[in-house]
Design a binder for this molecule. Structure first.
Ligand code: SAM
Ligand code: SF4
Length: 328
C-alpha cells in the first residue's frame, strides 16, 4: 500500500475497544459515555479486517484501545493474529496497555507470539497515580509489569509528561525503567478529545531534554522505524529514552501507519479528522473485494501531515475525538 506521498503503509494500530478501567485525566472525562456494544466489530470481524491489511502489506500490528485487555475474550484475537507471525506475513504483533490486567495475560501474550508490549505509567507515586488515572491502582500495574518481564516480554514504559504533575519524576522513572532493562518513552500531551487542563499541563519535551542533558550524557540514536519517537541512549544508565513530540511535524514525511477503531473506522492520520468506513464494505460481502477497494481508496487519501495545535483562544482540541478511540 503506497500512499500519494510515496509512503509504504506497513503499520496498523487497532483500537479493539473504546472502554477502559482507568479514567486518565488527559485522556477521558470521568463520566465518559462509551459506544453502544452493538456498534463494535466482533472479534471475528476485527480478525478479518486485520488479516485484510496483512494481506495488503502490513508488517506490524499494534493492539490498543481504550484498554485492550478489558475487551472480553481479546486473547482469542491475539491468538488468532498470531498465525500471521507463524506464517511470516507479519513481523510483529504488539500491544499498548495500562497494565491493570497484565498479570493475568502476560504468559498467554508471550505464547501467542507477542515479543514486546508498551505499558503506560506516568508516576511511581501511588497517590499521584490514583489522581492521574482516577481509577487505577499502581501496585496492580507494577505486578503486571513484573509478570510481563518474567514471561520474557520486552517492556517499554510510556510516560505522559505533565507540567506541575510528574515533571520531577522523570529522572527517577528513567532510573527505575532502565534498571530493569526497560526503555522509557516520554509523550507530550496532545490536544485530543474534550478533557480538562490541557494547557496547564502541557510540558514541551524540548525543555525536558535540555534539563536531562545537564544530568546525563545523551547520544542520539537513529531509528527510522520509530515513527514520531526520537530516541537517545543514556550513557549513565545504559538504557534508551524516547521522546514523542506530536506537535512537531518532523515525522510526518516518514509516517507509515494508519489507525483502525473498534467500529471499523480507519483514520489515516492521528492529527486529522478524515476517516473511512470499513465496516460497511466488511459486512456487505463475505469475500474481501469491496473491503480491499475501500482500503485502497482510504490509503489514497492519507494526508501529508497533521494539524495539531492547541488553540489558545478557544482552548479547544484540534481533533475532537479522544485518544481512547484511536489508541495513540
Ligand atoms: N489504555 C492503554 C494505555 O493507556 O496504554 C492504551 C490506549 S492509550 C489511549 C495509549 C497511550 O496514549 C497511552 O500511553 C496514554 O498515556 C496516551 N495518551 C492518552 N491520551 C493522551 C493525550 N491526550 N496526549 C498524549 N498521550 C495520550
Ligand atoms: Fe484508559 Fe489508556 Fe486512556 Fe488512561 S490513557 S484512560 S488507561 S485508554
Amino acid at each position: 500500500m503506497i500512499d500519494p506521498f510515496g509512503r509504504d503503509i506497513t503499520y496498523l494500530r487497532v483500537s479493539v475497544t473504546d472502554r477502559c478501567d482507568f479514567r486518565c485525566t488527559y485522556c477521558m472525562a470521568e463520566d465518559t459515555t462509551f459506544l453502544p456494544k452493538a456498534d463494535l466489530l466482533s472479534l471475528e470481524e476485527l480478525d478479518r479486517l486485520c488479516s485484510a491489511f496483512v494481506a495488503k502489506g502490513v508488517r506490524r500490528l499494534r493492539l490498543t484501545g481504550g484498554e485492550p485487555l478489558v475487551r472480553k475474550n481479546v486473547m482469542w484475537l491475539v491468538e488468532r493474529l498470531g498465525r500471521h507471525l507463524k506464517s511470516g506475513a507479519l513481523d510483529e504483533l504488539t500491544m499498548t496497555t495500562n497494565g491493570s490486567q497484565l498479570a493475568r495475560h502476560a504468559e498467554a501474550l508471550a505464547a501467542a507470539g507477542v515479543r514486546r508490549i508498551n505499558v503506560s505509567i506516568d508516576t511511581l507515586d501511588e497517590s499521584k497515580f490514583a489522581r492521574i488515572t482516577r481509577w487505577g491502582r499502581l501496585q496492580q500495574v507494577l505486578d503486571g509489569v513484573a509478570a510481563a518481564l518474567s514471561a520474557g516480554l520486552k517492556v517499554k514504559i510510556n510516560m505522559v509528561a505533565l507540567r506541575g504533575e510528574n515533571e520531577n519524576e522523570i529522572i527517577p522513572m528513567i532510573e527505575w525503567a532502565h534498571s530493569q532493562g526497560m526503555d522509557l518513552t516520554l509523550i507530550e500531551t496532545m490536544p485530543m478529545g474534550d478533557v480538562e487542563d490541557r494547557l496547564e499541563n502541557y510540558l514541551p519535551l524540548s525543555l525536558v531534554r535540555t534539563a536531562l542533558a545537564q544530568r546525563f550524557t545523551l547520544t542520539d540514536l537513529s531509528d527510522r522505524t520509530a515513527g514520531p519517537a526520537r530516541y537517545v541512549h543514556i550513557a549513565e544508565t545504559g538504557g534508551r529514552l524516547g521522546f514523542i513530540t506530536p506537535m512537531t511535524h518532523n515525522f510526518c514525511e516518514s509516517c507509515n501507519r494508519v489507525r483502525l477503531t473498534c467500529t471499523g473506522t480507519l483514520y489515516m492520520c492521528l492529527g486529522q479528522d478524515d476517516a473511512a468506513d470499513l465496516r460497511g464494505p466488511l459486512r456487505a460481502s463475505t469475500d474481501d473485494v469491496l473491503l480491499d477497494v475501500a482500503i485502497d481508496e482510504a490509503i489514497g487519501r492519507k494526508p501529508k501531515g497533521h494539524d495539531f495545535v492547541i488553540d489558545r483562544r478557544r482552548r479547544g482540541p484540534a481533533v475532537s475525538r479522544p485518544m481512547s478511540l484511536t489508541g495513540g
